[in-house]
Design a protein around this ligand. Sequence first.
Ligand code: ADP
Ligand code: MG
Length: 213
Amino acid sequence: MGLDVGWAVRWLTLSAEAMAEHRVELIELDRPIGDSDHGENMDRGFKAVMDKLAEAPPETAGAALKLTAMTLMSKVGGAAGPLYGTAFLRAATALGDAADIDAGTLATALTAARDGIVARGKAESGDKTMVDAWTPAVDAGSAAAGADGGSPGRVLAAAADAAEAGAVSTDPMQARKGRASYLGERSIGHRDPGAVSTALILRAAAEAAEGAA
Ligand code: ADP
Ligand code: MG
């Protein structure tokens, strides 16, 4: 059995909880290589998503992700709002009105989300951005979907593990995109906040699928 709208709403709820819980950590990560607003932006954005979900409960996972995209685009400023907005919108389009999302469809949606971020922000792997969490997540999720016994839960668990490792991998990188790139070599030795929020969001997706996997 695949994932449904209940999973999507659990995912967004757990994401909102994670953004509130890690708000200060994300602010602190954005201080040395940014402008200290990432935790604030993401917490505000996902709180607004929760309000929208309560106002108009979505009927499909795709509709839930589309509502999320629109809300993040309007409520999260800075670089991250349009990037996450594009990611959720592309994922929503990939899911369409599917009521039962299988491992392959899920991997396609993750890939579409990452491709949207790259299309919008033009960052490559190694530029010290959220792409350095998304791309390993997409690779691991796609591999899990293609493996024997690949289930949506396994796709998301593999993606979350890889995103967490990807976030850690940004520590020694020199930023070449976004605000952190203004610091040049001084951006080395700090973890990218957007890569960390990506790992939190993908972990929330995996946790939401537990039991459904
Ligand atoms: P801002 O940098 O405008 O203050 P945020 O602090 O909310 O926005 O988000 C910063 C995060 O956005 C960075 O940590 C990085 O992961 C991500 N980011 C910035 N520019 C890009 C880009 N061109 N492509 C991908 N991700 C980017
Ligand atoms: Mg910032």
